[in-house]
Design a protein around this ligand. Structure first.
Ligand SMILES: Cc1cc2nc3c(=O)[nH]c(=O)nc-3n(C[C@H](O)[C@H](O)[C@H](O)COP(=O)(O)O)c2cc1C
Length: 168
């Protein structure tokens, strides 16, 4: 069994772009499907799972999917977020996802910025507790960019290497 699944949740297309870059760089037996369309996960030896960070955390649909991953299944997680890379706000959701799915073999994680929709920025900037965040997130508008796409492809290749060598 060597089939690979890339699945994702994406409201405005950023995470989908990263999912497609990952998919493109995989060489064999691969499928890409939005999370809502995934029927069977038993068939896959490796699953890439991507999501946008929402409210500093993992969207509910992704959380329920992660909870269904069988013990020992090889997975890799990726996210897109509006926060600055490396910030606690950008890291926490992926860390939380890895905890939810801790019975699986998490081979690695990847994240990059994704432009925050104007609607979300406008809405959040009106509440005092989110104003500073929206100012920081405004510089996400050019992402994911070519560099992010290339990084995502390198991530996919690295995960494939780990997966075939079983270095976990
Ligand atoms: C309702 C909503 C909540 C969000 N909350 C966060 C957040 O807490 N932290 C963050 O870094 N980005 C947040 N974002 C920004 C998204 O994570 C980012 O724009 C992401 O790339 C969107 O991915 P998508 O185009 O695949 O939906 C939020 C966006 C929306 C629409």
């Amino acid at each position: 069994m060597t089939k690979i699944l890339v699945t994702y949740l994406s409201q405005t297309g950023n995470t989908k772009k990263i999912a497609e870059a990952i998919f493109e760089s995989l060489e064999r037996d691969k499928t890409i499907e939005p999370i809502d369309e995934v029927q069977e996960i038993e068939d896959y030896s490796l699953i890439f799972i991507g999501f946008p960070v929402h409210s500093h955390s993992v969207p509910f649909k992704i959380e329920s999917f992660l909870r269904k991953i069988p013990q020992g299944k090889k997975i890799a997680l990726f996210s897109t977020h509006g926060s600055l890379p490396g910030s606690r706000l950008a890291r926490e959701a992926l860390e939380h996802a890895a905890v939810i799915v801790s019975k699986a073999k998490v081979l690695g994680t990847f994240s990059c910025r994704g432009k925050v929709s104007m609607a979300a920025l406008e809405f959040l900037s009106k509440s005092p507790e989110h104003k500073a965040w929206t100012e920081m997130a405004a510089s996400s508008q050019t992402h994911p960019d070519e560099g992010d796409i290339e990084d995502a492809k390198s991530f996919a290749k690295w995960i494939m290497t780990l997966s075939t060598q079983d270095q976990v």
